[in-house]
Design a protein around this ligand. Structure first.
Ligand code: AMP
Ligand code: MG
Length: 402
């Protein structure tokens, strides 16, 4: 058995980031910037009001209460050109340009209107409620640096800057193949010995959650020709391929036979439970992940090896989900076997402000139901487990997604 770190290092040595590409901002969610973004504009572009109220000259309202005459109205989007003079006020709406001559805004709640006269209850300082041009971003500012993952707010900023395209590391296309003669995916009644293919949908979903595009390469029978055709089809059109099933020590592990022949693969037995068997390497230079078939093992293997590899290829600087400490709310038992165990657990915040974990359900590697309900993996190092009240390291599932 090799260590988790050795297997991960091997994956990361063969999953280089892709060449940058330019995409519309509208398609950049979850991608990583491959350029620095320097602003050539100010945001906001003009002095504007943060409040609905009246634009005034601060000098006119030093003595409050006082009355000013209302000489106009400015809504957001208007372009006021008339300057306000001494003793005058302009009705103004949030986001509207501060009219020439005004240097403060009095919010509407502190005013009362009688005809075309407004009474101000309190004096306000110079610049009150005015958001100056460039308050958020100034022209020439380095707004985002290469390597910044683009979230919803980032895309909004890029739009504010007037950008319609941005240079990023491309969204990966990842082919997913499931293998096994026992698998059915057409909704037909199960014949004796058959089960339904769950891993392909799960993997395609994990890939999507990781910000990549999943390509469904179908279900391949346990047949070398069929598996080879699916793999060749995958590496021809995808940036990486993920298979599930057929990589352990069974007599019918044809994925292993095919990949050994057409790829440069490493067959690993990793000191972890679940997900001990894992294959990784390349076919025609394209990374291929051979995940185990047991549904929980498949998901855990994706979290430990698939997600970091995908993130690195997509340009993320941080590819490994950090582990955090939590409190075990029940005994987390295990026996000494030289492996790190990843238990499927649910974490919730306690009244002490700490994360507390309990098992999500059965811990068999075929028990996908408990994995589905888990929001963390609890990592138990080799040993005899953690007693209730003790500390345990957890990995948040899906935390390093888009
Ligand atoms: P294998 O890795 O092919 O030896 O499969 C290990 C176990 O996982 C067996 O019980 C398989 O039936 C099951 N399995 C393999 N692939 C899938 C799949 N795509 N969906 C659900 N179960 C699977
Ligand atoms: Mg199989």
């Amino acid at each position: 058995m090799i260590s988790l770190d050795e297997a991960l290092d091997f994956v990361l040595s063969l999953t280089p980031r892709r060449e940058p590409t330019v995409v519309p901002v509208a398609e950049a969610l979850g991608l990583v910037l491959a350029q620095d973004v320097v602003s050539d504009v100010a945001i906001p572009p003009f002095d504007n009001t943060a409040m609905d109220g009246f634009a005034v000259r601060a000098a006119d309202v030093v003595e409050a209460p006082c009355d000013l005459s209302i000489v106009g109205t400015v809504a957001a989007g208007d372009n006021p050109t008339d300057a306000i003079g001494p003793g005058e006020a302009v009705r103004i709406m949030t986001g509207a340009v501060i009219p020439p001559g005004a240097d403060a805004v009095v919010m509407v709640e502190l005013t009362s209107v009688d005809g075309d006269v407004v009474r101000l209850d309190e004096s306000v300082p110079l610049g009150n409620h005015i958001r100056p041009a460039g308050d958020d971003v100034q022209s020439g500012d380095l707004v985002f640096e290469r390597g910044e993952p683009l979230g919803a707010g980032h895309l909004g900023v890029l739009c504010s800057l007037g950008l319609t395209e941005v240079q990023v590391y491309p969204r990966l296309r990842i082919g997913v193949i499931s293998t096994g003669d026992e698998l059915v995916d057409d909704g037909a009644p199960l014949q004796p010995g058959q089960i339904r293919d769950s891993n392909r949908r799960t993997l395609l979903s994990l890939v999507a959650q990781a910000g990549a595009e999943g390509v469904d390469l179908g279900l391949a029978r346990d047949d070398e020709e069929v598996i080879e055709a699916a793999l060749r089809n995958g590496v021809a059109q995808c940036d990486a391929v993920m298979t599930t099933g057929g990589v352990s020590m069974g007599d019918f592990d044809y994925v292993k036979a095919v990949l050994s022949r057409i790829g440069e693969m490493r067959w690993m037995q990793i000191a972890i439970k679940p997900a001990k068997p894992f294959a990784f390497g390349t076919v025609d230079g394209v990374p291929v992940f051979g995940f185990p078939g047991n549904p929980v093992s498949c998901m855990v293997s994706f979290e430990l090896f698939g997600r970091p590899g995908v993130r690195q290829m997509m340009g993320f600087d941080e590819v490994i989900v950090p582990r955090i400490n939590a409190v075990a709310d029940e005994d987390l038992d295990r026996r000494v076997d030289g492996k790190t165990h990843f238990l499927r657990a649910r974490a919730t915040y306690g009244t002490d402000g700490r994360l507390h974990v309990r098992l999500a359900g059965g811990q068999g590697s075929h028990m996908l139901w408990a994995m589905a309900k888990a929001n963390v993996l609890a990592a138990l190092p080799n040993g005899d487990g953690v007693s209730a009240g003790g500390e345990v390291e957890i990995i948040l599932l899906g935390a390093a997604g888009a």
